[in-house]
Design a protein around this ligand. Structure first.
Ligand SMILES: NC(=O)c1ccc[n+]([C@@H]2O[C@H](COP(=O)([O-])OP(=O)(O)OC[C@H]3O[C@@H](n4cnc5c(N)ncnc54)[C@H](OP(=O)(O)O)[C@@H]3O)[C@@H](O)[C@H]2O)c1
Length: 426
């Protein structure tokens, strides 16, 4: 018989059940290939009497974390509790006891990575987190290992399936935000409290992790500019489509020398960009390395088995590693020394205004843009007239964020009101 590794679960909900299914149903195959035999010893849950789809063996579930922490036979803990606490404290306690932690929890990781990594290094335990970003897509491993020969200059991610599902349905079916959100909640694709997804927090946690790895320097969560999809209007999606764009909640990280920008916000991308076709609950990451050039990774970002796929791969990796590896950058709470946050990024903009239908209005709006260094690439009259106002949509050339914001503030509401401002990535 091969090496037997005893495992504990922190959590046994959707993801935990997927890992159980994969490890029980696929165990012989893994064992045959790797010589590793995994024994699932204990799973921590909140309520051991709750009705569950899987009939777990007697004594497998516990509501006492110490049953796992104090069990010296358990050498690897798989964490899928969710949220910052108590997950962080329990992961930390496990690492301090020398247990390797494999986690799907991006919140605890993004906020406390430095503390978890320090504890892991001190006790010689491993810390693995492939499932924390983009579910089944092996993007962490790819950036950490397979792209080591590259300097990555940018990455774009569609890293939140819920918002991608909502925006895809709004774009394809012309349904409004509230209707699609309610439906997504009924289908279990959005949480009853959807804020973490629709306000962009989930994507921002993931971007902080991806950017830190891609740029070899800590990019803390607080550095990520965040804007969700709650104010997205169907009218803008339609206008954008007519102009050749698709709206996505993009997680964007760019590096130019020491300057780093990280931002999550609704973004128009060209309809022929490969990311524009990533729809529904799929995730994708598109990146550019100086040697590999552009690459795109796409797959299921959530779901019990897709997430379990990443966790079990990490588990096999952890159990077969002669020595655990950690990211080589200085992983502290503060941003990496040398990296400078750029919050005045450059991009193109889509601006929808309701402008007075009178001679000279267009040139006054254009002049306000020009006064702030923003030049117009295209202008169209879109949508329906309301009273004495007509909708005018502008696409700008690349401009600075601060210049654009100031130009918008300076447009005289007597002649035009700015209804929407959406960033465009080319
Ligand atoms: N769902 C996905 O597709 C997906 C994809 C990638 C990453 N993730 C991440 O994986 C984690 C778990 O997601 P999930 O969908 O599996 O969540 P879930 O179905 O709500 O499961 C959470 C599990 O943790 C247990 N739990 C929570 N708080 C606890 C506490 N204080 N004490 C003891 N047990 C506690 C729950 O116990 P009970 O069973 O008794 O309620 C449940 O078993 C999250 O970090 C999530 O972001 C999820």
């Amino acid at each position: 018989m091969g090496k037997v590794i005893k495992i504990g679960f922190f959590g046994c909900g959707n993801v935990g059940s997927g890992v159980w299914k994969l490890l029980t149903g696929f165990a012989d195959n893994i064992s045959h290939r790797t010589g590793l035999k995994f024994e699932l010893k204990r799973a921590l849950v909140r309520d051991i009497h709750k009705k569950r789809d899987i009939d777990f063996p007697e004594g497998f579930l516990t509501d006492q974390v110490d049953d796992i922490l104090n069990d010296d036979e358990i050498s690897i803990v798989l964490e899928f509790l969710g949220g910052e606490e108590p997950a962080f404290s329990w992961d930390l306690a496990a690492l301090k006891k020398g247990k390797t932690v494999v986690t799907a929890n991006k919140v605890a990781l993004a906020l406390h990575w430095h503390e978890l990594q320090r504890a892991a290094k001190e006790s010689g335990a491993g810390l693995y987190y492939e499932a924390a970003v983009c579910g089944a897509i092996p993007i962490i491993h790819t950036i950490e290992e397979s792209l080591q020969a590259n300097s990555i200059s940018y990455l774009y991610g569609i890293v939140n399936g819920t918002t991608n599902y909502i925006l895809s349905r709004m774009s394809k079916n012309g349904e409004d935000y509230e209707t699609v959100l309610k439906d997504a909640q009924k289908l279990g694709l959005a949480e009853p409290d959807p804020a973490a997804d629709v306000e962009g927090f989930d994507a921002a946690y993931k971007l902080s992790i991806l950017a830190s790895l891609a740029f070899h320097g800590k990019v803390p969560f607080e550095y990520v500019y965040r804007e969700g999809i709650t104010r997205v209007k169907l009218e803008d999606i339609r206008c954008g489509q007519e102009l050749g764009y698709t709206l996505k909640l993009l997680a964007i990280a760019k590096r130019d020398g020491l300057k780093v920008e990280t931002r999550v916000h609704p973004t128009f991308i060209a309809q022929d960009h490969p990311m524009a076709n990533v729809s529904g609950s799929f995730n994708a990451v598109f990146l550019k390395g100086h040697a590999c050039d552009e690459m795109m990774f796409m797959g299921k970002g959530a779901g019990d088995l897709p997430t379990a796929s990443a966790i079990v791969s990490d588990l096999v990796r952890a159990a077969s590693a002669p020595q655990h590896q950690y990211p080589t950058f200085t992983n502290e709470e503060k941003p990496a020394v040398g990296l400078v946050r750029n919050s005045d990024w450059k991009c193109a903009f889509y601006v929808r205004t309701m402008a007075k239908d009178a001679p000279g209005v267009l040139s006054r709006v254009a002049q306000t843009f020009a006064d702030h260094g923003v030049s117009i690439a295209a202008m169209q009259q879109k949508g329906e007239r309301q009273n004495d106002r007509v909708p005018l949509v502008f696409i700008t050339h690349t401009a600075r964020e601060t210049d654009m914001q100031e130009a918008v503030r300076q447009i005289d509401p007597e002649i035009a009101t700015v209804e929407s401002l959406i960033r465009v990535e080319k």
